[in-house]
Design a protein around this ligand. Structure first.
Ligand SMILES: Nc1ncnc2c1ncn2[C@@H]1O[C@H](COP(=O)(O)OP(=O)(O)OP(=O)(O)O)[C@@H](O)[C@H]1O
Ligand SMILES: [Mg+2]
Length: 526
């Protein structure tokens, strides 16, 4: 760290405790953030990571303990009053795990929200737009500064948050799971930016469940377990196995289950033929067999989500009369999601906040929303509902200190587990899941993979869209790869490996339409 760098700050907490009502979730944490260091915080879902960083950045108040702030060279002083506007004035900037954007405003307006550039009389919109473009260029992002935020896919929203942080001149930059919704490529761009901030003397807090990333960029690692501090370590001293063990407090078993083979004669439960996505020139065809996991790989924007949403009736195809979707040989034309659900097809969206959970409602309510028919035809049998919920809590290891909280007060990873439990509780025969383990800790991931293994062993079929290539390779019987809105290849057996998948994902190889131009024009969004 450059000695002369006056921008650097040190921010620390001592014996920090936090309670929500009667329930204590952080039990005496000591932590020091230093300028020029990337400080990773590791811990299972619900361990208290987000709560800790919300306190550091003034979004939550501490219940007990002390906060100290100082220039890196001089003395630090105790802070008495701390809230998010004081924290931001001091240069402490948090990018929330669940985004905090004004959906109706456009990208440039969001980037400068509360931080507007003023002309002599009015806001200087031109200057803000130009500056916003500059920040987006640094992220090598092609997001349009004029585009309304509500129309952006989740990964783009995350990029806007990161652009916004650049506008704030941060001295302490806190990133709560920024890469959960980003592809590997986008994450690498973010890491370059983090590196630059580190060199400029900014203190960075980085939360992620992806241990590779922690290994790549952290200088210091602090591990939390169930609200307790396990310890802070120089990153060079910990292997990924050490990290996982310290977090979970035990050795982990194998990440992936042994998958049963799909018999050659297995029934085709879903057949999609010649479905043409809006804005694309090449149609897609694929089939899913009973007991099979069909992975979908591809870069962001390659059309994976768009394809599934077209199959499910959430979007219309480009040519209505061309493509076919058949369920067990019967032609279907879903116009909405509930029609698909009635036929035993369930869909887990990747946009948890937008269309997943009712954050203001209770946990059991959210859980049984789709499967009420299983519990009672007329009245909700709360007893049965409770039993089913208890079982799901165990299977998916959903952790909360208090069962009466609303879904929005679950930790991010536990919200994802609740969503997954809710989808699967309806016992669909075909399950389409988009980024199912996003933000879920490594111990629970393994539990969920084993559960998925049991599901397919009992004849359920699954389509898995995931940017986690290890997950796609570890679980799938076959992998369909998408490029520019079409399926460029379906890989099986030995072919399923990372480099080969990347060749199809980047257009270097194409089994289906080998003649397609490298720079094909497509505007499919995933
Ligand atoms: N506003 C709230 N009211 C009640 N309980 C809360 C509230 N916010 C968080 N909690 C609880 O505090 C605990 C810690 O949650 P936190 O979000 O800090 O976990 P986390 O480590 O960030 O987990 P994840 O990896 O899943 O994001 C959880 O038990 C959570 O349910
Ligand atoms: Mg969190």
């Amino acid at each position: 760290m450059p000695e002369e760098n006056k921008k650097s700050l040190t921010l620390s907490v001592k014996k920090l405790r936090k309670s929500f009502g009667p329930v204590e979730v952080l039990h005496g944490i000591d932590l020091t953030l230093r300028g020029g260091e990337v400080h990773a915080i590791l811990g299972e879902n619900g361990a208290g990571k987000s709560t800790l960083v919300k306190i550091l950045s003034g979004f939550e108040q501490l219940s007990d303990g002390e906060l100290h702030i100082g220039e890196s060279s001089g003395n630090s002083q105790r802070i008495d009053v701390w809230n998010n506007s004081i924290a931001e004035q001091a240069g402490v900037v948090l990018i929330h795990q669940e985004f905090n954007l004004a959906e109706q405003l456009n990208v440039a307006e969001n980037i400068f929200l509360g931080n507007e550039i003023k002309g002599r009389v009015f806001l200087d919109k031109k200057a803000m737009r130009a500056k916003a473009q500059e920040y987006l260029d640094i992220l090598r992002s092609d997001i349009d500064p004029d585009s309304p935020v509500e129309r952006l896919p989740v990964s783009a929203k995350q990029m806007v948050e990161i652009a916004k942080a650049q506008a704030k001149n941060a001295r302490v930059l806190v990133l709560d799971e920024p890469t959960a919704v980003l592809t590997q490529q986008e994450s690498q761009v973010l890491f370059e930016l983090i590196d630059r901030f580190r060199q400029e003397g900014v203190a960075i807090v980085f939360i992620s469940h992806k241990l590779d990333e922690i290994e790549q960029i952290a200088d210091v690692i602090t591990v939390l377990r169930d609200g307790e501090l396990v310890g802070s370590y120089p990153a060079a001293e910990l292997s990924k196995d050490d990290m996982a063990r310290l977090m979970v407090g035990r050795e982990l078993s194998s990440l992936f289950p042994e998958m049963p083979k799909v018999p050659a004669a297995a029934e085709i439960v879903l057949r999609v033929s010649d479905l043409l996505l809006q804005g694309n020139s090449a149609p897609s065809s694929f089939e899913l067999r009973s007991g099979e996991i069909l992975g979908f790989s591809g870069l962001i924007g390659s059309g994976r989500t768009a394809l599934m949403e077209t199959v499910l009736g959430l979007r219309r195809p480009a040519k209505e009369n061309l493509g076919r979707v058949e369920l067990r040989g019967e032609r279907v034309d879903f116009k909405q999601l509930s029609a698909a659900r009635n036929k035993g097809v369930a869909y887990l969206t990747k946009d948890r906040k937008g269309s997943g959970l009712l954050l203001e409602k209770g946990l059991t309510f959210n859980f049984s929303l789709f499967s009420l028919h299983k519990i009672s035809k007329l009245l909700i049998d709360t007893k049965l509902e409770e039993i089913a919920f208890e079982k799901a809590v165990e299977t998916f290891d959903i952790r909360m200190k208090d069962k009466s909280i609303v879904a929005g007060n679950l930790s991010g990873g536990n919200q994802q587990k609740l969503l997954l439990a809710k989808i699967l509780e309806a016992e669909p025969s075909i399950i389409i899941i988009d980024e199912p383990t996003r933000g879920i800790d490594i111990g629970t991931k393994s539990q969920i993979y084993h559960f998925i293994g049991q599901l397919v062993a009992s004849g359920h079929s699954l389509i898995l869209i995931s940017s986690d290539i290890t997950e796609v390779i570890g679980l799938s019987h076959r992998v369909a790869v998408m490029y520019h809105g079409e399926i460029s290849g379906v890989l099986e057996g030995e072919e399923i490996e990372e480099v080969e998948i990347m060749r199809y994902a980047t257009g270097l190889k194409n089994k289906v339409s080998p003649q397609i131009k490298q720079n094909g024009t497509s505007n499919a969004k995933a």
